[in-house]
Write a protein that binds this ligand. Sequence first.
Ligand code: SF4
Ligand code: FES
Length: 241
Amino acid sequence: MEELVVEVTRTDEKGNQKLQSFNVPKDKVSTVLEALLYIKENMDPSLSFRYSCRMEICGSCGMEIDGKPHMACSTTIESLKSDKVKVAPMKHYKVIRDLAVDMEGFFGKYKEVKPYIIRDDENGKYESEILQTPAQFDEFIDYSMCIKCGICMAACPIEGSDPDYLGPAPLTAIWRYVADSRDQGAKYRLEVASGPEGTSRCHFVGECTEACPKGVDPSYAIQKLRGSMVKYEFQSLFRRH
Ligand code: SF4
Ligand code: FES
């Protein structure tokens, strides 16, 4: 019987780390998540990791797989092209236990950018729907595919050296709403993006885009955001004079 050696970086409640290897029968599993579930169900029930949908939708199974952040549920054993795989918790996050990391900081940053439509006519008393043309819809739809997995934050080298940097996913969310013709929160959003921990910290290494499982392209979103910030500054100057 062919086996897959799964080497897991394990962390206990006190922060002690150790490597532990498990031999999983290859014919019983087809993804890294299934291999971890096999270990949990048949070898060590204490192995901790997060998952839910098993189909790259919930965004909860992010982890380092052979040194790069990926979703465990969509990483097939076949794609590993090896009989051994190393799994570890996502970088740039505090480890809670084993492969489960604390996403609180990430969601805090996400919340800061107000990821929802802001309207001047708040209280929602619209006289009719807010219509959009297909072209207006196309402006933001790709960026709304983000599943908030936080993988781009683990891939971003700036996140590693500056934990206060807003990071690729929250900045992409800013662009997603700035590009949405229904949104009127550009002033607030562009102020956040131009703050000291905003787009100026991005060095366009592009690791975020490479790592994103949903093809969101945060690196391009940040470039578009920068362009929009310059345009907004010019418009404000004209308004002032
Ligand atoms: S931009 Fe991509 S990698 Fe980043 S949180 Fe969204 S889906 Fe995940
Ligand atoms: S389990 Fe939901 S994205 Fe992997």
